[in-house]
Design a protein around this ligand. Structure first.
Ligand code: AHR
Length: 519
């Protein structure tokens, strides 16, 4: 007898099976690469601005807060971040850097002035977290400090004095002050950004004007005997602004810059005016648009790198994407000037995709800083008084740490499409590297919310026996870790990769980030 219900159920089953059985097989080749080309660990840098609850009520805890602390540095955050190997930490901004006067933040805490953070919510800044506290934090994290000098509202002398204070071993009033403030030895800070977003909050300069200002500052950025050579970093372009990069590369002699930056954020709606989109509770169309905007990083980096190639074919100057990440509307009821947003599986897919782009451009991209480490924008860690949680983005940095300073291995593949409402995106993105022990790591991101991808991978020149992996996924791209459910989105062992003959076959689940180890 004809049974409509059964027929529909059977058809549903056949369709579901078809999704797997007839899923397009992606042929992927992991190429041998060249030993000289490494993925710089500095791509895995982070950012701590005096903004909202990143420093105060983040890294720097209230004295009365019942959490493990060293001084006022929150050690549960330090422990978590040590595990993912933070390569460098950028401070004190951001826009705040061009309003920051370093002398306000040294010396006895009770004598430090209270100032107003005019960039971020007019918060009163008590300057209890200053240069020494930041460098102590870096020491505890085992990370390299990356300071941003004030060009917008400071002076050349102020920056030069900061460098002498930190890096000189001579006997001068400034170094005596450092010694009195508890640090006899020079700190030897190497990474120095000369201004931040000088086209905007750093002074609204033209590219032409900034390059002259930069050269003046760079001239007085002195290398002190015994301290490592400075890495002077040019404040670079706003997203896809080729003119800024072109002007800097044309006008600044190569030996006066170690790096040039670029800032590019992913906005779910793609627009700075009006709503940027919510951090959670979005629909698939908004997810799709977010990923489309995230993938713009690829042509933007390619374009800036091509301009740099014209003036610097030997690729001496690094491109640093020292602000990137998802920027959504703030959480309802929070201070709009504090940029506090939740972090979902979507953020993790953005992080995995963006880091794959940086890895694949490691010949030029030799630094990057996610905005920001704690409680601000696409954070790694969120806190609520004593409570702390790790976001899905944190887990991606945990997975990808294997690429730090590993040999880059180029990949070859044709991605299937992720289709929605008649639009298409590449569903698959990936990158690979070989570490010092010879183990190969492949990071794979499947952006499609429904389709599993079948990968048939060859690794010419690699002799291997085993494959293992870890994965981040969840039932919905909207899923996030809350203080009630801090482990909703977490890493799990991945068992979908097998050796078949000499090939590596992988079943990559929808909306997942997977890192495989082949050895
Ligand atoms: O990361 C937040 C802000 O975004 C930074 O202060 C600024 O540089 C950028 O516009």
């Amino acid at each position: 007898m004809f049974n409509l219900k059964r027929l529909v159920a059977a058809a549903g089953f056949v369709l579901a099976a078809a999704n797997l059985t007839f899923a397009q097989t992606v042929r992927l080749t992991v190429q041998p690469g060249t030993p000289q080309l490494q993925i710089s660990k500095d791509i895995y840098g982070h950012f701590a601005e005096h903004l909202g609850r990143c420093v105060y009520d983040g890294f720097w805890a209230d004295p009365g807060l019942n959490v493990p602390k060293q001084g006022r540095i929150r050690m549960d955050i330090v422990e978590a971040l040590r595990k993912i190997k933070v390569a460098n930490l950028r401070w004190p901004g951001g826009c705040y850097a061009d309003a920051y006067h370093w002398r306000d933040g040294v010396g006895p805490t009770t004598q430090r002035p209270h100032t107003i953070n005019t960039w971020w919510g007019d918060a009163v800044e008590d300057n209890s977290f200053g240069t020494h506290e930041f460098l102590e934090l870096c020491k505890l994290l085992g990370t390299e400090p990356y300071l941003a000098a004030n060009v917008g509202s400071g002076t050349v002398q102020e920056m030069a004095n900061w460098m002498e204070y930190l890096n000189s071993n001579a006997d001068t009033p400034l170094t005596q002050q450092r010694r009195q403030n508890g640090h006899p030895e020079p700190y030897g800070v190497q990474m120095w950004g000369i201004g931040n977003e000088s086209w905007g909050c750093g002074g609204n300069m033209t590219a032409d004007y900034y390059t002259d200002v930069y050269k003046r500052y760079a001239t007085f950025a002195h290398n002190y005997p015994g301290s490592p050579k400075l890495r002077r970093i040019v404040s670079g372009a706003n997203g896809d602004d080729p003119n800024w990069t072109e002007t800097c590369m044309k006008k600044i002699p190569l030996d006066q810059m170690w790096g040039l930056t670029l800032h590019q954020y992913t906005l779910p709606t793609g627009s700075w005016s009006g709503s940027k989109g919510a951090a959670t509770g979005f629909d698939e169309t908004q997810y799709f648009n977010t990923m489309k905007n995230c993938l713009r990083m690829e042509p933007i980096v390619t374009r800036h790198a091509a301009i740099m190639d014209k003036y610097d074919p030997q690729k001496k100057v690094a491109l640093l994407v020292d602000e990137w990440g998802v920027w959504t509307d703030v959480e309802p009821g929070t201070n709009p000037g504090f940029l506090f947003q939740q972090n979902s599986l979507r953020d993790a897919l953005v992080a995995g995709t963006t880091l794959n782009i940086f890895n694949n451009h490691c010949d030029r991209v030799r630094g990057a800083n996610l905005a920001q480490a704690v409680n601000v924008l696409q954070a790694l860690v969120l806190t609520d008084k004593e409570k702390m949680l790790l976001t899905p983005t944190y887990h991606v940095f945990d997975l990808y740490q294997v690429h730090q300073n590993a040999q880059y291995l180029p990949l070859q593949f044709q991605s299937p499409d992720y289709e929605l409402n008649g639009q298409k995106l590449p569903a698959l993105n990936a990158s690979a590297s070989k570490d010092a022990s010879g183990a190969v790591h492949i990071s794979l991101v499947n952006l499609d919310t429904k389709k599993t991808l079948q990968l048939e991978t060859t690794l010419p020149g690699v002799t291997w026996k085993t494959v293992s992996g870890r994965m981040l996924t969840s039932g919905n791209v909207n899923d996030y870790n809350s203080f009630d459910k801090p482990n909703k989105v977490k890493l799990v062992a991945f068992n979908g990769a097998k050796k078949r003959g000499g090939n590596l076959v992988v079943e990559l689940p929808p909306q997942s980030v997977v890192v495989l180890e082949v050895k």
